[in-house]
Structures are given as C-alpha cells and as structure tokens.
Design a protein around this ligand. Structure first.
Ligand code: ASP
Length: 330
C-alpha cells in the first residue's frame, strides 16, 4: 500500500474513532470508560486466597500454602481439593450429584501466572480432577482432555479409579427420577483464586456441574475464559452458577479484560453479570437461575457479584478468613 493511501486510511480511522468519542490525537488511546480509575499494577497485594461460596476451608488450605511463601498454583489446587473430597458437597467431586443417567462426571481447570492452562471435562472416577487438569497443563502440549481420554491420562499419571457416587447422592438421584424435574442446580462449585507473596496469581475451578444434567453436558467451569481466567499482568476471575450463561458471555475473560481497561474488580464483576442479564432477560425473570462471579486484581483488591441474592464468597487476607455475602443485581 502506498504511503499516501496508508495515511488516508489512518486518518479516516482516526476521524471515525474521534467521532465515536473513542480516540483523539494527543489523548491517550482509551477505549474504556474505566481507564485510569484503577491501576491494577499499582502495588503488591499478596497473599490473598478467595473462593466462591462459603469455601472457607478451601481458602484456609490455600492460605496455609501462601503464608509459607508457597506458590499460588499449589494454593489454588490444595484449596480445591477440600470440596472435591467432601462427601457433603453435592456440586463438586466426591458426593457430587450424578448426571441424569446416574454417573458422576467432573469438570475442572487450572491456570497459572504465565497464562498456561489445563482442563479436564466429562471426567469420571477420579477424586481430584483439579490435579488431573494441572497435569494436563504441565505434562502435555494440550489444554483440555475430555471423557475417556482424560480418564486414561489420569490413570497413566497414577491417579486411582474410585466410585464417586455417595449413597446420599444416589438417593437424591432416585428421587429426582421420580419427580422427573430438570431444574437448575444448587451451587457450590468452587472457583478459587490465589495471589502469592511473589505476586503470582493462579486459579482453579472444579465442579460436578449441573445436578442430573444430560449425559455429556459440560458447563463453564473447565472452560478457560468462562469459568476461570488468569492474566498475571492484571488479575484473575472465576464464576459459578448456571454455566451456560457464562459460556455464552465468557464472563471470566470479560472481567479480566475490563480490569485491564481500568475497571476495579467490583466494577468488572458487576458489568459481567449485567451483561448476562441484558442478553438473557428471561433468565433474570426465572427466579431459580443464579450466577456469581469473583475477581482478584494483582494489587490484592477483589470484587464479587451475584445475579441475585444468596451468592457469597470466602476471603483469606491479612491473616483473617472471612465469609461475605456478595452484592447482587436483582
Ligand atoms: N457453573 C457450574 C456449571 O454450570 C455449576 C455451579 O456453579 O454450581 O457446571
């Protein structure tokens, strides 16, 4: 392209951007209304562990790693192990509600401070899918393994096959079969974000998904950008709730990108939930649909927001482990 044509194209673009209020010569090239309000690089913020719902036992396990100057990925993984192994948690790992055919199928992912990611979907029989996801990240050239392939990989890596369907979950399934409803899930999926003393942010997300889901259904939790996203330059985000909505809007990625543009973690969370509500107003009217998001900026500030009342989160920071209700849209 000739220099003159390049110049004219650039001028036309600049005029268009200026007319839209996006850019003007001499002004910073700010495409976000949030720019300059919040600078996520401003200071060191670790250690922090934050998790969806009342997962204080998980944030405590993460804190035990972080407080000894441990690695954020170990913190997130070890935090995630707690609900994965808890038979009373019917949304994660062992004790999770099965699919409509009676099989417990698990989704999980991890992401590290270098933007490496690993994920497993539709995995059966393995107690700690989060650790299989970490192995996928560390030992394969891939990001995601699914179903039978994920199981084969896990077994080859030394994970033990076990029955994850508890008697309580089996009975709930039997009851569900009689009622034959297909209602949205009760939620306890854990998304956990950790910022360590060396300012590395990592995250993990693990779930048994929507109780009594269709066989083969995969939600947002193991999908990088939907259930979890980490960018160490900015921060991290994770989500819980009706995964189809986060899948359709890539909520976690959106939150991190909004923070990159200068939004506070709280503003970014609110925008992501508002976007879901705007795109899918029917879901807002459906009183049983819930969405909850969490964000952690690299300066240690956090945000949390739910579609409706009831969403909460656990935060371990400054040596204190607390459980907070999140603010919400409706
Ligand atoms: N987000 C999860 C899913 O859709 C469910 C949950 O958060 O409880 O699989």
């Amino acid at each position: 392209m000739s220099n003159r044509r390049q110049f004219l194209n650039r001028s036309a673009l600049a005029a268009l951007a200026a007319s839209l209020g996006l850019w003007a010569p001499g002004k910073s090239q700010a495409f976000s209304p949030y720019r300059k309000k919040h600078n996520p690089n401003s200071s060191k913020g670790g250690p922090v562990a934050i998790a969806t719902w009342d997962n204080r036992k998980a944030t405590e396990a993460a804190w035990n790693v972080l407080s000894k100057n441990g690695y954020a990925l170990d913190a997130a993984e070890q935090g995630a192990w707690i609900p994965e192994a808890d038979p009373n948690d019917t949304s994660v790992g062992y004790g999770g509600f099965p699919d409509r055919d009676g099989f417990v199928t698990l989704d999980a992912c991890v992401m590290d401070e270098h933007s490496n990611a690993g994920s497993v979907t539709f995995l059966e029989h393995i107690l700690h899918p989060v650790s299989v996801a970490r192995k996928v990240m560390e030992k394969t050239p891939h990001v995601m393994l699914s179903g039978e392939g994920a199981l084969q990989f896990a077994l080859a890596e030394g994970f033990q096959k076990q029955n994850l369907l508890t008697e309580t979950a089996r009975q709930a399934w039997e009851k569900w079969k009689k009622d034959n409803g297909y209602t949205p899930p009760t939620h306890d999926t854990i998304g956990i974000l950790a910022l360590d003393q060396q300012n590395r942010i990592c995250g993990a997300c693990t779930t048994s998904g929507w109780g009594f889901k269709m066989r083969g259904r995969v939600g947002d939790s193991p999908i990088i950008g939907a259930g979890l996203y980490v960018d160490n330059e900015v921060g991290a985000a994770t989500a819980t709730g009706q995964g189809e909505l986060m899948l359709k809007t890539l909520s976690s990625f959106m939150i991190v990108e909004l923070m990159r543009g200068g939004a506070t973690p709280q503003e970014a969370c609110e925008e992501a939930v508002a976007r879901i509500a705007k795109k899918f107003p029917g879901q807002v009217e459906n009183g049983s649909v819930q969405v909850g998001v969490l964000a952690l900026a690299r300066d240690g500030h956090h945000g949390a927001y739910g579609l409706r009342k009831g969403y909460s989160y656990a935060l371990f920071q400054h040596g204190e482990n607390k459980h907070f209700p999140a603010t919400h849209l409706v």
